[in-house]
Ligand binder design. Sequence first.
Ligand code: ADP
Length: 326
Amino acid sequence: MAPLLGEPLESAKDAPDLVAPEPEHCPGPTSSQAGQSDACAGCPNQAICAAAPKGPDPDIPLITARLSSIRHKILVLSGKGGVGKSTFSSLLAHAFASNPRSTIGIMDADICGPSIPKMMDVESETIHVSADGWNPVWVSDNLAVMSIQFMLPNRDDAVIWRGPKKNGLIKQFLKDVEWGEMDYLIVDTPPGTSDEHLSVNSLLKESGVDGAVLVTTPQEVSLLDVRKEIDFCRKAGIRILGLVENMSGFVCPKCTHESQIFRATTGGGRELAREMAIPFLGAIPLDPRVGMACDFGESFLDTYPESPASVALRDVVRQIIQLVDP
Ligand code: ADP
């Protein structure tokens, strides 16, 4: 039987439901210092945190055991929405899966805006539960997907959840999904640095995340948020595999003239990567067929293997493989 969204989520020890944002030097609502450190003085959450259960999450060893059969775990992050993070995650999954000897999973942790099932053409699927756990939805023999979308009774239903409930679901995705033996698990996260990122990071720390790929577009408004994402990764101890600039230039398919639709006013992703001392993995051009392929749930790489976007993407993928599997 498929799990239903309305059902209470199993959570042995979730973070307490806070009434205000955590202050800057918050020790963490479940840390041993919660409610007691200097930063807690005057915080509206103090009493809630002081009463919350303390110590390491007892589910972490279960998650670590469950994910021990997955060789590499890669997070895909972006500072802003709409820069092509989910598109990149789906292209990366297809690219990895083009090796028939590899098995790939993609976990859609964008709980409020799940788009991976649409991009993978499995939107109407539901999750089945076996004795071993929740079974992901298989797109092909070697490519599986797990998303909250599969639990929504209606495709257009909004998921309006506060942090602790979102964290509970992410924990269940990590603890209860029976991925089996896999070479890569790609985790598509929501934009920004929010509850979901903190949960994924703290729950996966022991399992070992290989690193994060950051996706941006060339404009400064997008790069601004990437700087925050880089800072988040550094503070959280997540290795940055590199930065990908998406929607980088447009080559007209008719006249082959190249235009910069989103101009890199401050040097774009390449300059930012240099400035922040992180690898620049490549620039993927705008191509309307990328959007079309995603809307129809097709693999752009298979349909247009010679396009400049496919060529650029394959180069990015080659570098990611080298970084995680040197
Ligand atoms: P995000 O996950 O960052 O919110 P999406 O992956 O949903 O962004 O992409 C937003 C839109 O941009 C989608 O319609 C997608 O098809 C389109 N898109 C992404 N990358 C490209 C590209 N390189 N060329 C053309 N369209 C793209």
